[in-house]
Design a protein around this ligand. Sequence first.
Ligand code: MG
Length: 265
Amino acid sequence: MAITTINKKSRHDLRLQRKAGRIVADVHALVKEHIKPGVSTAELDVVAEEYIRKSGATPTFQGMYGFPATLCTSINDEVVHGIPSAERILNEGDVISVDVGATYKGLIADAAFTHPVGAVSDDVAKLLIVTEESLFAAIEAMRAGQRLHVIGGAVEAVCNEHGYGLVRNYGGHSVGHKLHEEPFIHNFKTEDPGPEMQPGNTLAVEPMFNLGTEEVYTEDDEWTVRTKDHKPSAHFEHTILITDGEAEPLTIFEPGFRHTGFLNN
Ligand code: MG
């Protein structure tokens, strides 16, 4: 049965979840500094795990459904859920999606960003910029009293405007005491409008756009998701609090901050 309400966090929970969000924002900033040609994804994973543990939190993804690492690191045609490895070395011109969750005193925040490695082609830079913009279009649409499917509607509209492949099999979720709470959040407008958003809901919204086909498949490792035509993919995610006014991303340093901001220059 479709769910009719989304769980609300207490003030206490929100204090902890804000802290988790801050840790996740910090980890992303730190990992970003380490992204350069010649670095392995296993090295990035170590940097992230050390920072999370030093902050008094734990890496949420470790051991979840059997996932073996702190980060999901997905390069180029890998969409999501790539496993860090000492053998995976970043090359100039790659893009890498870094997804990380931190659990602070039982509360979770989750965010993902796709970064260029050195200089990337104009087509790929634009894919990153537009995918991040679609996340902010969703954040603008997220208001108390609105139904959940406005999120997917906002994401899908941006995707269609640019003719990218919209990944449909994966999406966002409520997040809190558990990483994946109900409801699932589609990246396209569903016929069923879903429940109303209310102050105190915290939702992870995560658009994934492909440069080519929307079709994806899962590798033999049973984790890594790739585009069928092997063209690059981009993935951006924030954990977002519904308030009485504008929705507030908890995994960001300053309102409106864009990871792809520098690509516009
Ligand atoms: Mg997520």
